[in-house]
Design a protein around this ligand. Structure first.
Ligand SMILES: CC(C)(COP(=O)(O)OP(=O)(O)OC[C@H]1O[C@@H](n2cnc3c(N)ncnc32)[C@H](O)[C@@H]1OP(=O)(O)O)[C@@H](O)C(=O)NCCC(=O)NCCS
Length: 255
């Protein structure tokens, strides 16, 4: 099936930062154009005939541009894949969960320590791809930065993903090392779960390692219930015991 969502994502990137998008595209074309030019020269030198000229022309001009544009589209849309973008900013008593802006990239990067990567099942590459995407205004649907309202300090992030059915989403989150153990995750997650329910999704899934006691505690505090235990694959190829929770919207019937 034609990936129209990738094209939509790329168009949105161009709208958000036309200059940055043009520079990105130009660098992709330059990177691919040079080897293509070398191949063209080799082909021409090897069989200098009129018959090879159109092929050389194609290699030199059209193909690298098309490939570069497609690779750029692929890259900017990569993070957008399953992100859930139907939520507005969320405010709690101390925090705001909002869409990232390019200026957030350095402060969000500072929240990504080893514990964050391992707790979220991310590689360093995943983390730096996300930071680059934010810095370049690429769309990152489903990603929120968590900011302290009083100081406007970015202290962490949260992700919301579609699960494939129309009644549920899955979430993940982290808080930077300097701000842990202050109740921020509990506050942010509780509000995020409610916002997802308010958006019409009765079930919110949370998956973590069995050893992540903070997440188990947060799930308990917000009233999520254990759903499943199964091995959780990690980016390095290993697996750890994983645990899945679901938070269901409680519907109180009127009497
Ligand atoms: C998990 C994480 C988000 C918790 O953030 P936090 O802001 O410190 O959490 P809170 O302060 O709201 O604490 C929630 C509960 O967990 C407990 N807790 C926090 N860290 C804990 C730890 N390392 N070990 C055991 N319990 C812990 C707190 O005491 C609190 O329980 P309480 O209310 O009964 O006192 C944070 O440690 C983190 O970012 N870790 C790395 C990334 C990660 O694991 N993300 C989760 C992926 S789903």
């Amino acid at each position: 099936m034609f990936p129209t969502w990738r094209i939509t994502s790329a168009i949105s990137t161009i709208r958000r930062g036309p200059l940055q998008a043009a520079l990105d595209l130009a660098s992709w074309i330059a990177v691919l154009g040079l080897p293509a030019a070398l191949i063209g020269l080799v082909v021409t030198a090897g069989s200098p005939s009129a018959a090879t000229e159109p092929i050389v022309g194609l290699l030199l001009l059209v193909a690298p541009v098309l490939i570069a544009v497609w690779l750029w589209v692929w890259r900017v849309s990569q993070l957008a894949g399953k992100g859930f973008d139907a939520l507005q900013d969320i405010e709690t008593s101390r925090l705001i969960l909002r869409r990232p802006e390019p200026k957030d990239a350095p402060s969000l990067e500072a929240t990504m320590d080893d514990a964050m990567l391992s707790g979220s099942g991310w590689t360093e590459r995943d983390g730096s791809a996300l930071i680059k995407a934010i810095g370049r205004s690429h769309p990152t649907p489903g990603l929120f930065v968590i900011e302290v309202r009083s100081s406007t300090t970015v202290i962490g992030g949260a992700t919301v993903h579609r699960t494939g059915d129309k009644t549920s989403c899955s979430i993940g989150w982290w808080i930077g090392p300097e701000h842990r153990r202050a109740g921020y995750a509990s506050e942010a997650v509780s509000a995020l779960v409610n916002a997802i329910h308010d958006a019409g999704y009765p079930s919110v899934y949370i998956g973590t390692k069995e050893s992540n006691l903070a997440v188990l505690r947060i799930c308990d505090k917000i009233g999520a219930t254990e759903m499943d235990r199964r091995p959780q694959p990690l980016p390095d190829g290993s697996t750890v015991p994983g645990i899945w929770y679901v938070h269901e919207r409680v519907v109180t019937g009127s009497t």
